[in-house]
Write a protein that binds this ligand. Structure first.
Ligand code: BG6
Length: 488
């Protein structure tokens, strides 16, 4: 079976993404016995490095302590599988060498069919060059299977995303392409399907008749530290909202797929995306922010970064009110919000249900279902309960499924990248972004981005590094259907 073997090639092997995410994920899979039984891992990049330097670099972020002897053994064994090719991306020589190494590996292990996974941990400017070269020199054609993992950004707006796709499509079929959105590999995001469609009690209430509002919130406690120059052309909406948060929202609002076939899942995602309102009003539906120096002066303002354009209006915080026009969701306010340099790091989904009819009680809160994606995965539901004892008053308490309390610590919750690379090796596309999904996600946000980035575009509200975001935040959330409930 070809799935028992693979040659995995990491492009951009000397870069940050490869070091921080790709290699640690491959190593994690190896330690859990989740890489194919026979596997070769080849790094490819322009930097000149000795094999020793390369191995030192790619293992910097492996999660093992000095005295973890088993971990150290795994590391030694894993690194024996790794080799490195240093060559330019735009000429044949490195690719010819790559083809030779993979052929030798296949011949040595007498594979009938070769499996080649190419991971492009590269800036978008190099995507097409490498994709072309690979197709020309290393694609196995009828000798086996090829897979190409590409990383965001997939374009900068609708036009550039279409251009990128138009260059890739003649070379690599949709079936061979795996567009990573790493949020789709997170445990709680993968859990959404089960929560919604595996629980009658939630499924039955999952619509405009019972749900009052939906919020998906992404908070990071650090700024663009060192990445300001890169971030300045991108901003928070492209960085996190158009992809990660929208993907989560899609899974949260799509109809039930007819089966667990990856295409059935992606078909439903596309359908709901088509029902999203693209007419997002700058005045009513959007709150933008940019961080300034922290209150105590120790943390820099966004504009203090020398790589950022002077006077940049780039947004490091955005809250966007959205609407879905279909029978299930018409009229339910939805907010996607994301901010850097805030008071904490947290990503969560919050579903607020309608208030029960007045009369019998005057003081009950809305029910609320919270799914915390990170840190510390949890699902909890706020319910109204009688205050214990003689009192007839009510109190809001929680049904709490905090993973750390409920599941044994020995449970392996894979990192998002581990989960997705494994899916790719198994040929499962469900948690990768299809071309039509990508197109609609850009259709949805491009008009808004154009308004924001126009010469006379809005000036973001300022908020200090380490705060909860712009002071206008709570008012905005209230306007979009969110009511803070008191837990007592
Ligand atoms: C990336 C963004 O896609 O996601 C980063 O480019 C952001 O700016 C990161 O920090 C967040 O990912 P995670 O997994 O740390 O929540």
């Amino acid at each position: 079976e070809f799935k028992n073997q693979a040659s995995i090639v990491v492009f951009g092997a000397s870069g940050d993404l490869a070091k921080k995410k790709t290699y640690p994920a491959l190593f994690g899979l190896f330690c859990h016995g989740e890489l194919p039984a026979t596997v070769k891992i080849i790094g490819f990049a322009r930097s000149k490095m000795t094999e020793e330097e390369y191995k030192k670099r790619i293992s910097e972020h492996f999660k093992i302590s000095e005295n973890d002897t088993q971990g150290q053994e795994f590391k030694t064994k894993f690194l024996e599988l790794c080799s490195y090719i240093s060559a330019p991306y735009d000429s044949d020589e490195g690719y010819v060498e790559l083809e030779k190494q993979i052929d030798d590996f296949d011949a040595h292990h007498s594979h009938d069919k070769t499996q080649r996974l190419f991971y492009l941990a590269l800036p978008p400017s190099a995507f097409i060059t490498v994709a072309k070269q690979l197709k020309k020199n290393v694609h196995p054609r009828e000798k086996g299977h090829a897979k190409l993992i590409v990383e965001k950004p997939f374009g900068h707006d609708l036009k550039s995303a279409r251009e990128l796709q138009a260059s890739l499509a003649p070379l690599w079929s949709e079936d061979e392409l795996y567009r990573i959105d790493h949020y789709l590999g997170k445990e709680m995001v993968k859990n959404l399907l089960v929560m919604r469609f595996g629980n009658e009690i939630l499924g039955a209430a999952w619509n405009k008749n019972h749900i009052r509002s939906i919020q998906i919130t992404f908070k990071e406690p650090f700024g663009t530290e060192g990445r300001g120059g890169y971030f300045d052309d991108i901003g928070m909406i492209r960085d996190v909202i158009q992809n990660h948060l929208l993907q989560v929202l899609t899974l949260l609002t799509m109809e039930r797929p007819v089966s667990n076939d990856p295409e059935a899942v992606r078909d439903e995602k596309v359908k709901v995306l088509k029902a999203f309102d693209t007419d997002i009003s700058l005045d009513d539906d959007v709150l933008l922010g940019q961080y300034t120096r922290s209150a105590d002066g120790t943390k820099p303002a966004y504009l203090d970064d020398e790589t950022v354009k002077a006077g940049s209006k780039c947004v490091t915080y955005a809250a966007i009110g959205m609407q879905i026009h279909n029978e299930r969701w018409e009229g339910v306010p939805i907010v996607l919000r994301a901010g850097k340099a805030l008071d904490e790091g947290k990503v969560e989904i919050r579903i607020q249900f309608k208030q029960v009819a007045k009369g019998l009680f005057t003081d009950v809160n809305r029910n609320e279902l919270v799914m915390r994606i990170q840190p510390n995965e949890a699902v909890y539901m706020k319910l109204n309960n009688k205050t214990p004892g003689l009192s007839l008053a009510t109190t809001t308490s929680e049904l709490d499924l905090t993973y750390a309390n409920r599941y044994s610590k020995d449970f392996w919750i894979p990192e998002a990248y581990e989960s997705l690379i494994r899916d790719c090796l198994l040929g499962n596309h469900a948690n990768f972004v299809r071309d039509d999904e990508l197109e609609i996600s850009w259709k949805l946000f491009t008009p808004l981005l154009e308004k924001i980035e126009a010469a006379d575009g809005p000036t973001p509200f300022l908020y200090p590094y380490g705060s909860r975001g712009p002071l206008e935040g709570p008012e905005f959330m209230k306007k979009h259907g969110y009511v803070k409930s008191e837990s007592n």
